[in-house]
Design a protein around this ligand. Structure first.
Ligand code: TMP
Length: 237
């Protein structure tokens, strides 16, 4: 599949057209941002890791019955995906308190929940991706009631599947962000990426952070953490 014109450049990826109007090529960059683009940097090798990790995990989810945008990996940074219209919601599932949850509700990080939580943010950089509830999402016509129900069910299924997989790698899945899209026939599929940029992944034995929080919080060892989490995945997939 040949790369056509660049349609879009985001913070971490570029998107290109192909000869097939229903298919796109995603190209992963090493650029890293945090705090809605205020903090900028490079994580050497991140694009390769995020591309490969996202593809392996999406293939696993497809097998578990979760439809995704994934078609095929073209090279170490590029993947052929189904074209979707992104539902402008960030769908966040949490198993353990951390990040904005801890900050918003004034609780320590690391509290294990009895059952996972789910929240939506409105994907809108100008507004800083504000938290939104399902009534607001319906009022803004971001998705239909049926789509929101499907998205919620799929997100929890993704959580069960990924939590179990990462456990076999000695890694605790703390929380993660998903995005969904509509195919041209209206079907909802999992889109975007699943990577250390979009998940919190803690070493189960030591609690060490093996994700983008090392960059967000200036913890050092960022590249090493990305390499380590990819190694764990490769050893257990
Ligand atoms: P939060 O605790 O900052 O709300 O983050 C929850 C999860 O979502 C965490 O795994 C990181 C991920 N995330 C993104 O993928 N993109 C973002 O822009 C933000 C803020 C978080």
């Amino acid at each position: 599949m040949n790369k056509g014109v660049q349609l879009y450049e985001g913070k971490a990826k570029k998107v290109f057209s192909t000869e097939d109007p229903e298919q796109l090529i995603v190209s992963y960059k090493d650029d890293a941002t945090a705090f809605n683009g205020l903090k900028k940097g490079t994580i050497v090798g991140k694009g390769v890791i995020n591309n490969q990790m996202s593809n392996r995990l999406m293939q696993m989810l497809e097998k578990a019955g979760v439809p995704t945008h994934y078609i095929s990996e073209l090279n170490e940074r590029e993947t052929l995906v189904k074209k979707v219209e992104i539902v402008p919601l960030e769908v966040i599932v949490r198993n353990i308190s951390a990040g904005s949850f801890s900050k918003r509700y004034g609780v320590d990080e690391g509290i294990v929940f009895d059952s996972p939580t789910l929240e939506f943010s409105y994907k809108n950089d100008a507004l800083g991706d504000p938290l939104i509830n399902s009534y607001h999402a319906l009022a803004l016509k971001l998705a239909t009631r049926e789509e929101l129900d499907q998205i919620r069910d799929m997100a929890f299924r993704v959580n069960e599947c990924l939590k179990a997989f990462w456990k076999t790698c000695g890694v605790t899945l703390v929380d993660f962000k998903l995005e969904f899209g509509r195919l041209s026939n209206g079907k909802i599929v999992l889109a975007d990426e699943i990577s250390p940029d979009t998940c919190r992944l803690w070493d189960s034995a030591t609690g060490e952070k093996l994700d983008k929080d090392r960059f967000r919080r200036d913890l050092g060892g960022v590249e090493d953490a990305y390499q380590e989490i990819m190694k764990r995945l490769n050893e257990h997939i």
